[in-house]
Design a protein. Structure first.
Length: 87
């Protein structure tokens, strides 16, 4: 499966903020627990968009993403964000 990168990079006074967004049909506290409680984080992988999409799959039963769909495939996208002029 090919994924489209969804991250946005915002320049700040001290560098950059990378913003990745996903929507869940669950209370914020439950989603936060999926990221912070060790027994729940064991269900997800690591790495930016891949990490969030693993979380989505673990919550909604969708197919697990493959890391190869993210790295190095999305590397040029994120490098290009950093190279864009400030807006």
């Amino acid at each position: 499966m090919t994924r489209t990168p969804a991250g946005r990079l915002f320049r700040t006074a001290t560098g950059h903020d990378l913003v990745l967004t996903r929507t869940f049909r669950a209370p914020a506290a439950d989603v936060w627990a999926s990221l912070t409680e060790p027994e729940r984080t064991a269900r997800v992988g690591a790495g930016w968009e891949y990490y969030l999409d693993m979380l989505v799959a673990s919550r909604d039963g969708s197919p697990l993403p493959r890391f190869d769909d993210y790295h190095p495939a999305m590397g040029s996208y994120y490098r290009s964000l950093a190279a864009e002029p400030a807006s």
